[in-house]
Ligand binder design. Sequence first.
Ligand SMILES: Cc1ncc(COP(=O)(O)O)c(C=O)c1O
Length: 381
Amino acid sequence: MENLDEIVSQLKEWYSRTPKHFEGAILGSMTTWPHPIGVYAYQLFIHVNGNDPVVFPIVQELEKELLATVGSLYGSRYGLFTSGGTESNILALFVAKRVSRGKSDVVVAPSTVHASIDKACLLMGSRLVKIPVNPLSPVDPDILEKYVRDYNPFAVVVTAGTTESGVVDRVKEASEVALKHDVYLHVDAAFGGLLIPFLHKHGIIDSDLSFYPGVSSISVDLHKNGRAPIPSSLLFFRDETYVGKACFEMNYLPSGMNCGLLGTRPGASLVASWAVVKAIGLEGYEKQALLQQDTALYLFKELDSREFVEVFKPVLPIVVWKSKLYDYVEMVKKLFEEGIFLYKSPSLQAARAVIMPHVTKAHVDALLKALDKIHARSGFD
Ligand SMILES: Cc1ncc(COP(=O)(O)O)c(C=O)c1O
């Protein structure tokens, strides 16, 4: 028998060495420190298998409530709880393929699409045709239509908040193309889903996110701007019949079926998501979105005032910049050495900071200080 005290002290030691979001070093990842009520709920429901709604009916009840609350932002309450943006995207394309008739085995998407769409197409043996786009601009609807006409795809994917630059594709215009050509349109709003409706409402961004008539599905991650513990995401469909297409027969289970890609799944994260959404509320997410955008603009303005930086104006709270001195990979590495963890934006050959809910102006100041330090060392100040 292992000595539990020893294990606990080992765990505590490792814990003390992991960076924590609230300390301000994690500025590249789209993850955040979960809301405490979510952590509490997660622990309490740690034993619950989300794949068994007969033994654990709470799973289905809370999923329904969660879908209704968050879905009210987009105009649908049909869908399912998943483990993240990747599962949601794979599932959306799987459903698209299942419901489409007379289409070629092709998915069309702008080149800014998340890598999980490549993964989905690889898994399904489908071809992903990427429309080359400027990573700082949404896809042009006329060009999107040309690709749809040329390739007759079974699905089109656009992104509402791209991973590398936070650009929002125009969902309304893409919906018109999808409707005209009778093609399944999936909107990947993993990052932007809990930002865009609020920023649009306040006139900060033009595009909105909604089930326009041609939109078939929308994915929204709760473990990103929702502040739910990992793994938590929602995949919404425009009607209930699509939900059934994301389910599989599994006779040995009391329900006789399984929905989503995972089998046994953490019911705890579903209950935790419900608790977090209930605690923060849509008004809370609205305030948070405005605060994130404000902090992103603060970082943008500060970077813009520095001679050694070329920075791109953020659409959503993702700030992307290049150094005039360092190659972007080197800059990110140097900042890692200073204890600041950024990610890269390879399509722009730039570094990327994501202003997640935990990021404060003080964290931004620490980033700027580290950036000034690595440039001063090399003659810029
Ligand atoms: C636009 C977009 N879609 C999907 C994903 C994948 O989400 P996850 O890491 O939760 O699977 C990400 C992750 O950053 C993303 O930015």
